[in-house]
Design a binder for this molecule. Structure first.
Ligand code: AMP
Length: 190
């Protein structure tokens, strides 16, 4: 099985590249942001709980995220593997994911981090906000908070995988095709 963590700040291109990876390697997409937006749209209790955090650009509490991921993995049978997009976002989530993997007798193949400078990120998020319908993409203060949260709480997750020898950084600026070609080179070594 191929279980890949696609990592990077908001606006790094994780969603776009996930789609490419999924169609080439036939993996199951596990985007915690998408799952939360689905719950929000359906008005579930989980959606209501997540809303206030998402609206402010802050992280949803770890235990809520971990339970949702546990559920999704348990309910996805016979897959070639997972592409984790936007998860794990804290070291506690990374540790919980390792436990979940062990429980299911699978493991993380590696983390691929998309490297993009902050000014380009902001520009991309503003552009996406014109069509995404995401309120968190349309507000400068929320964009700022999300990048700050990434630097403070999420960046240490890269080190967590680096220590396990599972970390590869690639340049996230360029054409979608060139970036994807770099990603496939990494995946094909797993
Ligand atoms: P995203 O689509 O990945 O940018 O996620 C949108 C929002 O959902 C984030 O700003 C968080 O509020 C929440 N979220 C998504 N994934 C996570 C996660 N792994 N941990 C905590 N909050 C998350």
């Amino acid at each position: 099985m191929l279980n890949i963590v696609l990592f990077g700040p908001p606006g790094a291109g994780k969603g776009t590249q996930s789609e490419n990876i999924i169609s080439k390697y036939k993996l199951t997409h596990l985007s915690t942001g998408d799952l939360f937006r689905k719950h929000l749209g359906e008005g579930t209790e989980l959606g209501k709980l997540a809303r206030k955090f998402m609206d402010e650009g802050r992280l949803v509490p770890d235990e809520v995220v971990i339970d949702m991921v546990d559920d999704k993995i348990a309910n996805t049978l016979g897959t070639n593997g997972f592409i984790f997009d936007g998860f794990p976002r804290t070291v506690a989530q990374a540790e919980a994911l390792d436990k979940l993997m062990k429980k299911n007798k699978i493991e993380i193949s590696g983390m691929i981090a998309l490297d993009v400078a902050e000014d380009i990120l902001k520009e991309r998020i503003r552009e996406r906000g014109k069509t995404s319908g995401r309120t968190d993409d349309q507000d400068e203060a929320k964009i700022e908070t999300r990048i700050r949260v990434y630097l403070d709480e999420t960046l240490p997750v890269a080190e967590y995988y680096e220590k396990q020898g599972k970390f590869t950084k690639i340049n996230g600026v360029g054409t979608i095709e060139d970036i994807f070609a770099d990603i496939t080179k990494v995946i094909d070594r797993y």
